[in-house]
Every structure is written in C-alpha cells, then in structure tokens.
Design a protein around this ligand. Structure first.
Ligand code: ADP
Ligand code: MG
Length: 444
C-alpha cells in the first residue's frame, strides 16, 4: 500500500514524499480512505503512529477538491488540548499543504491575539486551535464557524481530561449540523466513547493497537525510592547512565520547577515545561530539548500528550500519575517509531496503589527494584516529609546526614560502590523493610 493507492492528489503526495515517508502507517492506511469518503471516524492508535497526517492529508485533499474559486471561508477546524500540540499540528498542516492553494493558521492562548485576528481576517481554510482562545475570538466575531465542513478533535481523550467538553459543545453549536467529524485519540476510554456518541454520526471505528497498549519495545521499570530521595536518585540515574535526553514527568508545576532547579544545581542542563510557564518559555524549552541543547525536560502531564519528540530514549516518572491512562501517554514519549525506549518510574510508599492500577491497565506487572543506598524507609500512609536535606549530587562519602531513627532499621548498605545501571537488590513489595546483612558502610 502506498500513499498514492489511498487516493490522495499529486500535490499532496509530493509534500508527503518530501517528508520522507515511504508508506502510510497502519492508522493512516485504515483511516484515510474513510475520511476521503466523508465518513465520521473514531480513531485510536498509540502515540507516535502518525495520526496527524492520518487526518490532515485527507482533509487537505477534500479542501482542495471542493475549494470555492473566490471565497475562503473557514471550512476545517482542528481542536487540540494544548498550545504545543496546536503548534505542532499546524506545522504539519503547513508542510503537507505546501503545494496546494490552502491557507492555514493556528490559534492558542498565552500570546497576543491581534496577529491572530489579522490572520483570520485575511481568510483561512483550515484552522488549528485550542478551545479557549478560539471561543474568545469567536465572541469577538473574529472567526465564524458557519461554513465548517470538517471538525477534527485531536487527542480527544486529553480534551476530556482537561475539561474542554463544554467548550467543544459550545463551539459545535455554532457549526452547521451537517458536517464531517473526526475524533483521534491515543486511548479509548468509556468517557471517550460517550463523548463520541454525542458528536459523531455513524462513525467508523478505526483502531490499530490493542487498547491502551504501550509501545512494544518500551521496557518498564519501577524503582522504589522514598519521596525525599527521589531527586538524588534521579540525578544519580542520569549521571551514572550518562543519559543525554531525558523527559521527566512530575505531578505538579511546583514539583517540576523544584526538580529542574536541583538538576541544574547538579550540573544537568534542564528546563521545565508546564501550564504556568509563558508560551515563549514553553516553546523555547521544547525547542532546546529537541535540539539537544538541554539534557532534561521536566514536564507536567500537560506536555505529555501529542508532543512529537522523536526517538526519545528515556522517560522518567518522578511521580506516578494518579490516572493510570496518563502513564500510557507519558511513556508514549519513548520508544517512538519503533525505537527502543525505557520508562522508569520512581515510586514511594504512598504511590504503590497507583502502580497497582497501572499494572492492571497494562495487564502486566512492572519489574520493581530497590537500589542499594536508596532502600525505602517510609511506610504508607505518608509520614511527615522525609528529613533528608542533603544537597544532592555532591557524592560525599561518609555517613548519612538524614539521621532519623526511623531510617536506621532498614539501612542496609552496599559494601561497594554502585555500578552504573544499578545492580539492584531485589524486587520488593511496598515497604522494602527488613533487610539485613552486609556490614554498614557508606551510603551513596
Ligand atoms: P501521533 O499523533 O499518532 O502521536 P504524529 O502524527 O505526531 O503521531 O507522528 C509521529 C511521527 O511520525 C512524526 O514525526 C511524523 O512526522 C512521523 N510520521 C507520520 N507518518 C509517517 C509515515 N507514514 N512514515 C514515516 N513517518 C511518519
Ligand atoms: Mg497526535
């Protein structure tokens, strides 16, 4: 099967060829013919499988084929949950429409609206947007949805999570009822199906991977580490393994900032990306990361979806997400395009429940390891914050400065220096207690 076999026009094929794609990906092969036939679809495929081209190519094909010679009303709208994703999809739209007379634009919040309004005024065929800013501009009458023929919801599951349903419904209320609706998602949840039922008409369901499956070549590893030791552990992980490009997820924005600061202090170039950062800072962080001018990108889940960071070898969950599907999304950032990847999660006692839920979703147990020198001492439920205030990354020898009595009972230590990649102790259940043996020496 080639792109030509799918029935796309020559001008679009040319752009695809320039991108270097030799054949359609499975989701493209399945979805494109239905979209060209004007069907509504609900498509699910794991991240990194080319969903963007899956909807962009046939929609462009349609727009070209049905273009009015004089007018350029807005006829296709792609909604995405995040600004980064909007920018990325738009970039794709531009590339694929290089050889056709189709105008595209992108709209998202956090930046000046004036240029966006001006662009819309000049006429746009296909618009990529985040819901909030789009509604603002619609209120200001800068954009009309009256001639929309195709609505695309990208990362629909994420839109749901982020509470965009009302915005989406509102936007749709301004559109003609008769239109084509395309929904793309990495996972299929009950909620997604419900949302789909309210939007799509007689949809074709297209799926290419088992539900919620994660890329085959990704290895999963859990390290049991106390909460207060995670930063130190992360630094060690990156340094010992000499990792060059690591994406780290934290649960909170504050946590992302804090970790980033510590990493930088430890000499690891890093930046944080999350919702409180200005758009400029977010774009720059992502760009620097892609270009390898920083080693680590610390992100909240907002950055988890849809970002196209090719061939990312390592993802670390500094904390486990409390929604198990988010785990699938996060680690969708590694092992892309068939490359091998490693997903590491640092799990403290209060997170073991999350791990259980994730394992249930994945239908597999994740290898769980305790590393010498980092044996967990906290027990669930969470105690007061761990006492350890050591400055990390200095690798001082000598005794543990944490000194809490609680710790003593479990402090078995290595007799030797740690090897890279962690000659671990043994898989342990939650508490990691009750080990004894080796004479007490240094901690890491
Ligand atoms: P998804 O939305 O499914 O997560 P993307 O659309 O972001 O995936 O595509 C992931 C990567 O795969 C991008 O770098 C894209 O350029 C590339 N890609 C898309 N289609 C093909 C194809 N047919 N052949 C090779 N690479 C492709
Ligand atoms: Mg995508």
């Amino acid at each position: 099967m080639t792109f030509k076999d799918l029935g796309l026009s020559d001008a679009i094929l040319k752009a695809v060829e320039e991108k270097g794609y030799t054949k359609p990906s499975p989701i493209q092969e399945k979805a494109i013919p239905h979209i060209l036939n004007g069907k509504d679809i609900l498509a699910s495929a794991q991240t990194g499988t080319g969903k963007t081209a899956g909807f962009t190519l046939p929609v462009l094909n349609y727009l070209v084929a049905t273009k009015h010679p004089k007018y350029r009303p807005l006829r296709a709208l792609v909604l995405t949950p995040t600004r980064e994703l909007a920018a990325q999809v738009y970039e794709n739209v531009r590339e694929y429409s290089k050889y056709v007379n189709i105008k595209s634009a992108v709209i998202f919040g956090g930046v000046n609206a004036k240029p966006q309004i001006a662009t819309l005024k000049r006429g746009v065929d296909i618009l990529v947007a985040t819901p909030g800013r789009l509604l603002d501009l619609h209120d200001q009458k800068a954009v009309s949805f009256k001639r929309i023929d195709v609505l695309i919801l990208d990362e629909a599951d994420r839109m749901l999570d982020m509470g965009f349903v009302r915005d989406i419904n509102k936007i749709m209320s301004f559109m003609p009822v008769k239109r084509q609706n395309l929904m793309f998602s990495a996972t299929f949840s009950k909620d997604i199906k419900q949302l789909a039922a309210g939007i799509l008409r007689n949809p074709v369901e297209v799926e290419t991977a088992p539900q919620n499956s994660t890329a085959k070549k990704v290895t999963h590893n859990v390290y049991q580490v106390d909460k207060g030791k995670k930063t130190e552990f992360t630094i060690k992980l990156i340094k010992d393994n000499n990792w060059k490009q690591v994406l780290i997820f934290t649960r909170t924005k504050h946590g992302a900032n804090k970790l980033t600061k510590k990493l930088i202090q430890a000499g690891i170039s890093s930046a944080a990306i999350h919702g409180n950062k200005s758009q400029g800072a977010r774009t720059k962080a992502l760009q620097n990361f892609k270009e390898n001018s920083i080693k680590v990108l610390v992100a909240t889940d907002i950055a988890a979806r849809g970002l196209d960071i090719p061939l990312l070898p390592n993802v670390i969950n500094f904390e486990l997400p409390n929604v198990p599907e988010d785990y699938v999304h996060r680690i969708g950032r590694t092992g892309r395009a068939g490359a091998a990847g490693e997903a590491i999660s640092l799990v403290c006692s209060e997170e073991t429940e999350y791990q259980n839920e994730i394992e249930k979703l994945l239908k597999q147990k994740i290898k769980t390891t305790v590393v010498k020198g980092f044996e967990p001492t906290d027990t669930a439920p969470p105690k007061r914050a761990a006492t350890s205030k050591k400055s990390f990354g200095k690798k001082k020898g000598g005794s543990n400065s944490g000194n809490s009595n609680k710790k003593r009972a479990t402090e078995t230590t290595s007799a030797q220096k740690r090897k890279p990649h962690f000659k671990e102790n043994k898989p342990k259940p939650a508490t990691g207690r009750g080990r004894s043996g080796a004479p007490k020496k240094k901690r890491y």
